[in-house]
Design a protein around this ligand. Structure first.
Ligand code: SAH
Length: 237
């Protein structure tokens, strides 16, 4: 009896979402709702567009099949090649710091699973994302296309120098940690643009850098732990 009524709740919930949110029209929607309430909203993320984006993106579709049952838990998960998909809270926090209203062109360095890119695709107009590990970039490109994200463009390569052909960007997010702020990324910010990135060694500071007409403003946010940025970032210190 208990089981039957629980299933009914799931079905009703699923239908409710299916009417306006096609990507959430499966029975994992309640898991995402709980994740958003317990892990994200409860810790102070307020931007309704960010909360909405996290309740829509099917995170379980972007993690290795054997880890899908853990997709909505409060932690990062391995995605192969020694890399990880970030904890949902960190994705939400960084997304909120970018202050997106829907019209922006965004650059991400460190595509990984494609999850953060999918969240950004819900929040902005165009997303350009760069991944240095070829099989990860190719898998993310295929997964994002399968999920219908036509506004995400994936490039395989070193993101240290950004994506000059598509610059300037209204927002830039970096999800691998360099030891210093890559100047090319600052240079590719539009006036009024925001760059959010971790900087440091094993323990890092999350920084938010804003470009204004009269210069750069830098703010330290929270402590984080991302995988190190590979490639040119390791040579220039
Ligand atoms: N944003 C990802 C999590 C990224 S983990 C997600 O939502 O799943 C960090 C990723 O950055 C890894 O996939 C790693 O291979 C990639 N990376 C490291 N150095 C890089 C560089 N110089 N350019 C582009 N990607 C890089």
């Amino acid at each position: 009896m208990l089981r039957a009524s629980r299933r009914l709740v799931l079905i009703v919930f699923g239908l409710g979402c299916a009417m306006n949110e096609p990507t959430a029209s499966d029975d994992t929607a309640p898991l995402r709702e709980r994740m958003v309430q317990d892990q994200i909203a409860a810790r102070g993320i307020r931007d309704p567009r960010v909360l909405d984006a996290l309740s829509r993106v099917p995170r379980h579709e972007l993690v290795p099949e054997e880890l899908r049952v853990h997709a909505y838990e409060d932690r990062p998960l391995p995605i192969g090649h020694d890399q990880t998909i970030s904890q949902p809270y960190v994705v939400a926090y960084m997304s909120e710091q970018l202050q997106l209203s829907g019209d922006e062109r965004v650059l991400e360095v460190g595509t990984g699973s494609g999850y953060q890119a999918a969240v950004l695709a819900e929040l902005a107009r165009e997303v350009y994302t760069i991944e240095i590990v070829k099989p990860l970039g190719e898998r993310a490109r295929a997964d994002l296309a399968r999920l219908g994200y036509r506004n995400v463009h994936v490039r395989v390569g070193d993101g240290y120098r950004g994506w000059p052909e598509q610059a300037p960007f209204d927002a830039i997010i970096v999800t691998a940690a360099p030891g210093h702020v890559p100047q090319p990324l600052v240079d590719q910010l539009a006036v009024g643009g925001r760059l959010v990135l971790p900087v440091g060694g094993f323990d890092q500071d999350l920084l938010r850098i804003e470009r204004h007409a009269d210069g750069i403003r830098e703010e330290k946010l929270i402590g984080v732990r991302f995988v190190p940025m590979r490639g040119e970032a390791e040579k220039v210190e």
